[in-house]
Design a protein around this ligand. Structure first.
Ligand SMILES: Nc1ncnc2c1ncn2[C@@H]1O[C@H](COP(=O)(O)OP(=O)(O)OP(=O)(O)O)[C@@H](O)[C@H]1O
Ligand SMILES: [Mg+2]
Length: 336
């Protein structure tokens, strides 16, 4: 694998990291095509950060192999470091410096001349919507601004591979969207992005392929479509004319689709998730259910048939949802 001809930005085989009794990463195989966003999706404690740290040469694997653009992360760590950048789950810019000062300082550390460093800082602050905050100390930034300056700091030199470790955890929807736009822009420049996330919709939005990990293992891998199809399920979202009919509508759907029916916060809306029977399309099953709703005198105002969400995929694959936390980690950065 020393000759890099595979078109893969990352290739791992049987990657392992243990902390005492904990097999944080327990034999992970990954193949990340260059030039794409690759999602690593998993709940708290799944082993995402540990995997990223090994790939970024911050943590030494206990077993298996990992190559980044054909370079071994252990024997050729320098080559790997020259091509990657990491935005960690816990941010790394200096709280007491302003946005501009942080980026200029980091630019200087990367060897840019003062003028070039200032220019690049200005460009990034503008691109990330931080021009107004450029002169403010980072400790006064909101969570979303903070995350954006972290990402800006990690792409001062355009890396070939950018690790984004849970870039939007804890952000509000608007800030998440801003970060998503940034990720799309970074990839459009040719950078490969490995994104870890606990949010299925985030992987859905950004990633072309996704590895679902749980307890240190890859439990599913594929394109979004493949993952969803593998679950063999459908969902229908309904909005009724009359909120009082919702319990009856739930009963009908439960019976007709053998569905798991959940009320939505909107008192008129409900979602039914169902398994597709062999040889039967989800759409046909849903159409039959609509007929039965009409038959029961229920007026449906709007109706949408969806693929299962990645949340449903996760539940189907693991038997538990993504919010069942394991113990949280202690930070242990190892300078290799
Ligand atoms: N330095 C460490 N020392 C001991 N145990 C650790 C260490 N780092 C991680 N672990 C353990 O390894 C497992 C995987 O942790 P990791 O941080 O990789 O998970 P994660 O998927 O990034 O989770 P989160 O979503 O909470 O960030 C957890 O059980 C964690 O407690
Ligand atoms: Mg983590």
């Amino acid at each position: 694998m020393s000759q890099h001809t595979s078109g893969l930005a990352i290739e791992t085989a049987g990657l392992v990291k243990t902390f005492g009794e904990t097999r944080a990463v327990d034999g992970v195989d990954l193949a990340v095509p260059a030039g794409t966003v690759y999602g690593v999706l998993g709940p708290n404690g799944a082993g995402k950060t540990t995997t990223v740290k090994m790939l970024a040469t911050l943590l030494r694997p206990d077993g298996g192999q990992a190559h980044v653009f054909g370079h071994d992360v252990v024997c050729e760590a320098e080559e790997v470091r020259g091509r990657v950048s990491l935005t960690g789950q816990y941010a790394s810019v200096d709280e007491d410096l302003t946005g501009t000062e942080n980026l200029v300082l980091l630019g200087r550390l990367l060897g840019h001349h003062k003028q070039a460093a200032r220019k690049r800082a200005g460009q990034l602050l503008e691109a990330f919507g931080l021009t107004d905050a450029a002169g403010k100390q980072v400790k006064h930034y909101s969570g979303g601004m903070r995350r954006r300056i972290d990402i800006a700091a990690s792409i001062l030199n355009t890396p070939d591979l950018l690790f984004l470790d849970e870039p939007t955890t804890g952000l509000d929807p608007r800030s998440r969207n801003q970060v998503w736009d940034i990720v799309r822009a970074v990839v459009a420049q040719g950078t490969t992005v490995l994104l870890t996330t606990q949010y299925l919709d985030e992987a859905d939005q950004l990633a072309s392929r996704i590895a679902v990990i749980d307890h240190g293992r890859v439990i599913a891998e594929g394109t979004k479509g493949e993952l969803k199809a593998s679950v063999g399920a459908g969902s229908v979202h309904l909005r009724l004319r009359d909120a009082e009919q919702r319990p009856l509508a739930s009963d009908v759907l439960r019976r007709s689709l053998d569905a798991d029916v959940q009320p939505e916060p909107d008192p008129l809306a409900l979602t039914a998730r169902f398994s597709t029977a062999a040889g039967d399309a989800a759409a046909e099953q849903a159409a039959r259910a609509l007929g039965e709703l009409a038959h029961a005198g229920i007026t449906v105002d709007s109706f949408a048939l969806g693929q299962p969400s990645l949340d449903e995929v996760f539940l189907a694959l693991t038997g538990h949802d993504t919010h069942e936390a394991r113990s949280t980690e202690d930070e242990d950065e190892v300078a290799a």
